[in-house]
Every structure is written in C-alpha cells, then in structure tokens.
Design a protein around this ligand. Sequence first.
Ligand code: AKB
Length: 323
Amino acid sequence: MASKILIIGACGQIGSELTFALRNIYGSENVIASDISYGNLDIVNSGIFEIVDAVNYASLKTCIEKFNIDTVYLMAALLSAKGEKFPMRAWDLNMTSLFNVLNLARDKFIKKVFWPSSIAVFGPTTPVDYTPQYTIMEPSTVYGITKQVGERWCEYYNNKYGVDVRSLRYPGIISWKTMPGGGTTDYAVEIYHKAITNGHYECFLKEDTELPMMYMDDAVKATVDIMQVKPEDVKIRSSYNLAAISFAPKEIAKSIKKHIPEFEISYKPDYRQEIASSWPKNINDSYARQDWKWKHAFSLEDITDEMLFQLRKKFAGVLNKSN
Ligand code: AKB
C-alpha cells in the first residue's frame, strides 16, 4: 500500500512548495495538505485539503485516522520575529504541535515524522564562522528556544521509543511562490519583491549582517532526501546542520543591481537586527554531506536570476496596468 503523507502547515512558505513536490513524487492522492485555515488557494484547490489545528490532538488524530496517514511533515510554526512579539503563542504552537505528532508516532498511529529546526537554535555565544554541528547552543529568541528544546525531544523520542523522526536546521529560505511570514531572514525575499515593484528596498538589517541562506528548491530537495534515506543512514536524530550559501544585505543588493542598475537599498535596522546578530554567519553541514550525501545547487547569482525572472512573470499583469 502506498505511503500516505500529511503536511501540517501546507499553506506556508515551505509547506506549500513541499506539498507540490511530494505530490509530484508520490501522487496527489497520497499527499494530504492541511492547515489551520484556507490560507493559500493554490494549495486548497490543488488536491485533498483538510482543516487541522496542530495544537489540538483530537483534530490531528481524526485526520490521521481518516486518511490512514503514516508520515507527517510538521511545517507549522511561529518564526523568530513574530515569536518575540507573541512569546507564549510561539511556545504553545511550536511545542504542543511537536508533542502531538511525536506522541502519535510513539503510540504507532504514524511511522515517520519530519520536523524542521532552524539556525535559530544557535545564539550569541555560538561560534559564528562555519558553526559546527555540535557546539554551544544558547538561543536568545523564543523561537530558537522552541527549536532547541524540540531537537532534544526528537532525539529523546527516537532513543526512548524508536520514533523515526528526522530534522534539518533550515537557514533562511528564499522563494517566490508563497511569502514567508514573521521571520528574520524574510528580508531576503522582500528585497526581490520591492526590486521588481518599486525599485527601492528599506532593509531592517544592517548592510553587513551575514546570514546562512538557501533557495527553496534546495530546501525541498534536502527535505525529500533526508526522508527517503534508510533509517540507519540518519545518524543524527536531533537535527542536521544544513547549509548552502551565506550573504549580507549589501551583497544581495549588489547581485540585484546587476539586473536592475537603478535599484536602491537603504538601511533602517529594527528589533530584528538583534536576532540576526545572535545567529551564525555560515554553517558547517559536513555531517549532512557525509551521512546522506547532501549537496546544494543554487548560488546567490542563480537565486537572483530565478527570483527576478519568476517575479517579473508573476507581477507582469499588475505592473503593466500601473504603467
Ligand atoms: C526565521 O528567520 O525566523 C526563519 C529561520 C531562520 O528559521 N526563517
């Protein structure tokens, strides 16, 4: 019998693209998209879609039983910037949803779990250059704390109950289909939108704030890859460091200027600067490269080419009308 997959948080930035990718691989009828509301009509109208509240154990269990789900991708979360505004909401959503899914796996309702962690597990005392897999981790954001604690619980459920849970520490993810929401790395998506729509971007980080980043296609590939490898090849059950490229706002602006010479960037750092300054500049992901042969494909120049091309197409109608 084909594996049945549930994606929780399917309307979000990563969830939406992961849903399409998994449907291509495993067939639409085997991939059930879910979210707390009808937040993304492309997803809602593209296959089976269920309203699921991931903090409500009963709602989740009903959906899992209804569709005979064996694999869950838990993509719902409150990210770093929004988490600082709503600390208890972030704690509740990020932790309760994880416990609900881990407990369903422990109790054998499902077999396999993907749960995203983040570079936010690191903090101001972590070495910033080529941050190793095993290092000081003292996150200073609520989001980072939930991801750090979540990693410990994933490893615990694997050790103690044999739960097949797999996880990646995502860097900032750049994509054009669905906007990210509430993250500190969101600037690296907004900047392309503003470059196309009004030629100017006011950046909420300082020009030289270097952060680890990745194109969506690479992030989706890493997620699919780690879920496809044999359990014995997943040697880290907390979460794998995962890296592609790193850049600062002034470098992404320079790469956009090669295509749009009149593009201007200005800087007005806000509370998100402190979050960004607490994170690594770049990441050493040698365990992922070694254990399950992870390899990224997109450079900053590739990302800029692709983002500008896709966004120009997406906004073509709107831009033509306003000209
Ligand atoms: C955020 O900025 O909060 C996220 C992340 C790095 O996990 N994109």
